[in-house]
Design a protein around this ligand. Structure first.
Ligand code: FAD
Length: 488
């Protein structure tokens, strides 16, 4: 294979003249009628041209530094620019367990693309979409390549939770020769990647392919099993005979508004709304299988990725119910500049007919005679001094209250920890928010042999950071297992 280092005498000026390529999308008027992925992928020539815009910055390139898992992005771009798509996909797989997901859902403008030097003069190289393109190319052509597994060690590890953190641990431990069983509450693996992020952003088949691949490597999945109820963490380490456990349980308890009228029907929490709106019944536990309502005026409270997923789901449900004169409005208490979600998702939402109201916060909800929400009172906000997050704190503008129509309200305010495992496990330390206290580099908890990572340690964050935590923990768990007395 050609060597990139020997081929870097590139003409950077002419590369800067190549126009930014775009990835085709379903047209807004068509896509609101379906839940299929909005982006349609690059064709091969477009991908090569876009990757040729990369200036092959000398190490350490800013994009590598900005990527939480330090993908060797310039090397991947070099391969793509030469039409070596499988080689490029292999570059991502060296450092990532889920490049096909990260290419689709990472907030690249804040990570790799945000540090791309091309972006200083023009739009940055479309790094995320190229990662998406090559890993899909690989999945279609040859599937996810099977790694060589280390000889069996005889040790057994349990992974609790099949989200990105848990799946990364499972893959990394099975590669290192340990037997792995994943325990999961829900009937299908994927965590928020399946039970949260809608299929118009991330097709369910992407995760299904990954889970099938892990099964073929030998990972065992035990679904519909609640650790902390059906089995305790200590049961896993004693009765079930696992020598190490990874907790990748995420953060699933929604933050409530605690406002008058919040109990009215037609008001939903984001995850319930998203899973009922997006998923086929066989993915869902009984009681959550019916579609949520789609009223004429739908209000979403919040400004992050979850809120964007809700507004776009609401729009689709509304259109598919035949409502043509309705509204879907996102209400956010800060300004657009402080919004944490991806700009691209806001653009997509706007194209689909969603409206945004900034600097407003809900005050109370009003129902009809049947106890169903119909109106919402809001108050205008102004931005004050920065808070602990560094963003300017919203403060109420006295007397600015107003009322809007709201036949459904969806609360997308964030998530907190579930305390079930902590409550049923003596000696497992958590902080005041219920996040597991771990050693930063290893994910080791206060309980020997028990590791944790992802949203249950950091609070709600990203797929890539959860996966990175899983990879770090797997390395530490491997060392722990290999140093157990029986193998000393
Ligand atoms: C709606 C939504 C949209 C998002 N969009 C994006 C995005 O676009 N980009 C991005 O990077 N991030 C996004 N995120 C955040 C991202 O999905 C999470 O940060 C990430 O999934 C966390 O991974 P995790 O492995 O820690 O946990 P999770 O993905 O939450 O997985 C945890 C798993 O553990 C299982 N579990 C929990 N408790 C138990 C138990 N006691 N026993 C057995 N199993 C248990 C759960 O059922 C779940 O399957 C989004 C989050 C939400 C909610």
């Amino acid at each position: 294979m050609a060597d990139r280092k020997g081929d870097l005498n590139i003409d950077r000026k002419s590369r800067l003249r190549i126009p930014r390529q775009t990835m085709a999308k379903q047209k807004p008027e068509a896509r609101v009628h379906n839940f299929d992925e909005v982006y349609l992928g690059f064709d091969e020539e477009t991908a090569k041209l876009e990757a040729s815009r990369c200036l092959q910055c000398p190490d350490p390139a800013g994009c590598i530094q900005a990527c939480p898992i330090h993908n060797d992005i310039p090397r991947a771009m070099w391969h793509i620019s030469r039409g070596e798509f499988l080689e490029a996909a292999a570059v991502y797989r060296e450092t990532s367990n889920l490049p096909e997901v990260c290419g689709r859902v990472c907030p690249q403008e804040k990570l790799c693309q945000g540090s791309c030097v091309v972006g200083k003069r023009d739009l940055p190289v479309f790094l995320g979409k190229l990662e998406y393109f090559v890993t899909d190319y690989e999945r279609r052509r040859i599937g996810i390549p099977k790694p060589t597994l280390a000889p069996a060690t005889g040790y057994r590890a349990a992974v609790v939770g099949a989200g990105p953190a848990g799946l990364a641990v499972a893959e990394e431990l099975i590669k290192r020769g340990h037997a792995v069983t994943v325990f999961e509450i829900l009937p299908v693996a994927g965590g928020v990647m399946v039970y949260g992020i809608p299929s118009f952003k991330l097709a369910k088949s992407v995760i299904a392919d990954k889970v099938k691949f892990l099964g073929e490597l030998g990972v065992t999945f035990r679904f519909s099993t609640v650790i902390g109820k059906d089995l305790t963490l200590d049961d896993l380490l004693t009765k079930e005979g696992f020598q190490a456990v990874f907790l990748g349980t995420g953060a699933w308890t929604p933050t409530k508004l605690n406002l008058p009228g919040e109990e009215l029907t037609g008001i939903y929490m984001a995850t319930e709304y998203l899973v009922r709106g997006n998923l086929p019944p066989e993915y869902l536990p009984e009681g959550l299988q019916a579609r949520p309502e789609a009223g004429k005026h739908i209000a979403i409270i919040g400004g992050g990725d979850t809120a964007m997923d809700c507004v776009r789901t609401a729009r689709r449900l509304q259109v598919q119910t035949g409502i043509t004169d309705g509204s879907v409005v996102d209400y956010y208490r800060r300004s657009e500049k402080e919004m944490p979600g991806k700009v691209e998702e806001r653009t997509n939402a706007t194209e689909e007919g969603v409206r945004f109201e900034f600097l407003v916060a809900p005050v109370q909800f009003f129902g009809d005679a049947d106890g169903h929400v119909r109106k919402m009172e809001l108050i205008r906000m102004a931005l004050g001094e920065p808070d602990a997050s560094g963003r300017r704190r919203p403060v109420e503008v006295k007397g600015s209250n107003f009322i809007v129509e709201a036949d459904n309200v969806i609360c997308a305010l964030g998530y907190n920890q579930d305390r079930l495992i902590e409550k049923t496990t003596p000696g497992l330390k958590v902080d005041k928010w219920g996040c597991y206290v771990v050693e930063k580099e290893t994910g080791a908890t206060s309980k020997p042999g028990v590791y944790a990572g992802g949203d249950n340690v950091t609070g709600a964050d990203l797929v890539v950071t959860a996966m990175a935590a899983g990879r770090r923990a797997a390395v530490a768990m491997d060392t722990y297992l290999r140093n157990l007395p029986a193998h000393a």
